[in-house]
Write a protein that binds this ligand. Structure first.
Ligand SMILES: *Cc1c(COP(=O)(O)O)cnc(C)c1O
Length: 376
């Protein structure tokens, strides 16, 4: 094993991404347009982006905010979630899903994933509901939509709100409809997301006009009219430079998601049937956007080392289950063995529209070599 194998396939280099399809020049022009405009917050770029992204999602409204975490938290606050409430969250997710709940004063109640997917299990959601449950936050993890029909059958009769964590699902479709067109969906535009800004940014997409208006108020000091503060809001605005960059990148999103799908299809074929590796499945009604391509492997750390030696960068999303992190030590929850097992077994392979056919082949051969040598 060499300590510093040369990287042959980077995990995700944003410079490679921006070099695609003349994007860099368009981004530079968009940024320059803003720097020279004299308008940096709550201006025409944000207004245009909000309209374009709402239309893209098939929803009535989009409200740009400072980050994906803020999009989640402000949606919960706008729904009136707070102290004494419970919000059901996945055990297997990025910490932000839980943090948004905690920030409102409510308690995150974790639920295990389905046995054969990475997604929250609607049947287990039903079992976790108490009289204090105010909302459920499904996460469309790695870009594969949660079964919203099955979830709806659990939440709708009880009047429980659904707030989608769509931070990894820009453009994904659930039974033909885009994520964001159904409830309230919080998106992150962190640079590495399928639709990424040049810094932090996020948005809430919804067709509920009242909810959108409330979030608009909260993101800007609780104020519609300058110096008239209707409630205790915050400062969380998607700035004009980010909005201008996002408008450019939105024009590439469908083509880039299609390229991700092609990479996923090549991986699925090239890695099928390898001993000790489980490739991700796709539900027949789902059109995922492959934010990450995540395999499961019981001997994950050995596979990681072999791939790194072969120059194939790889990451783990996420190596510690949220309830096991120090931030949530001491919080009450039932046993979460499936979430813990995923944290121990998941491995993310390089994914993105910048990958060449040769990159994909390099990744597949490296995984094949690693699994075959483990059975010598
Ligand atoms: C990225 C991400 C977030 C947080 O988004 P930020 O813009 O980084 O605040 C929330 N949830 C999930 C599932 C994410 O992947």
């Amino acid at each position: 094993m060499t300590a510093t194998a040369a990287v042959r396939v980077p995990f995700h280099d944003l410079r490679d991404l921006h070099a695609l399809d003349g994007l860099q020049e368009e981004l530079d022009a968009a940024v320059l347009r803003v720097t020279r405009s004299g308008r940096y917050l709550l201006g025409p770029e944000l207004e245009a982006f909000e309209e374009e992204f709402a239309r893209y999602c098939g929803a009535g409204h989009c409200v740009g905010v400072g980050s994906g975490l803020d999009a989640l938290e402000l949606t919960l606050r706008a729904l009136g979630v707070g102290e004494g409430d419970e919000v059901i969250v996945p055990g297997h997710t990025f910490v932000a899903t839980w943090l948004a709940v905690s920030a409102t004063g409510a308690r995150p109640v974790p639920v295990e994933p389905e046995a054969d997917s990475y997604l929250i299990d609607p049947a287990r959601v039903a079992a976790a509901i108490t009289p204090r449950t105010r909302a459920v936050m499904p996460v469309h993890t790695y870009g594969h939509p949660v079964d919203l029909d099955a979830l709806d059958a659990v939440t709708a009769p009880r009047g429980i709100a659904v707030v989608e964590d769509a931070a990894q699902a820009h453009g994904a479709r659930h039974r033909g409809r885009r994520i964001g067109s159904r409830y309230a969906a919080a998106f992150s535009f962190y640079p590495g997301k399928n639709l990424g800004a040049l810094g932090d940014a996020g948005a809430v997409v919804t067709s509920d006009a009242g909810l959108a208006e409330r979030i608009r108020l909260l993101r800007n000091y609780g104020s519609r009219v300058k110096y008239r503060h209707e409630e205790q809001g915050t400062n969380s605005r998607l700035d004009e430079i980010q909005a201008a960059a996002l408008r450019v990148k939105l024009t590439r999103l469908d083509a880039w998601n299609a390229r991700r799908r092609a990479v996923a299809a090549a991986y699925a074929e090239g890695l099928a049937g390898l001993p000790g590796i489980t490739v991700p499945g796709v539900r027949p009604w789902a059109e995922p956007v492959w934010h990450q391509y995540v395999v499961r492997c019981a001997d994950r750390d050995r596979l990681r080392a072999a791939l790194t030696d072969a120059g194939v960068e790889n990451l783990v999303h996420y190596p510690v289950a949220v309830h096991r992190s120090p931030a949530y030590a001491g919080t009450a929850h039932g046993p979460l063995p499936l979430s813990e097992r995923l944290a121990a077994e998941v491995l993310s392979l390089p994914m993105g529209p910048q990958l060449t056919a040769k990159d994909v082949e390099t990744v597949i051969s490296a995984v094949r070599d690693a699994t075959e040598s483990s059975h010598d």
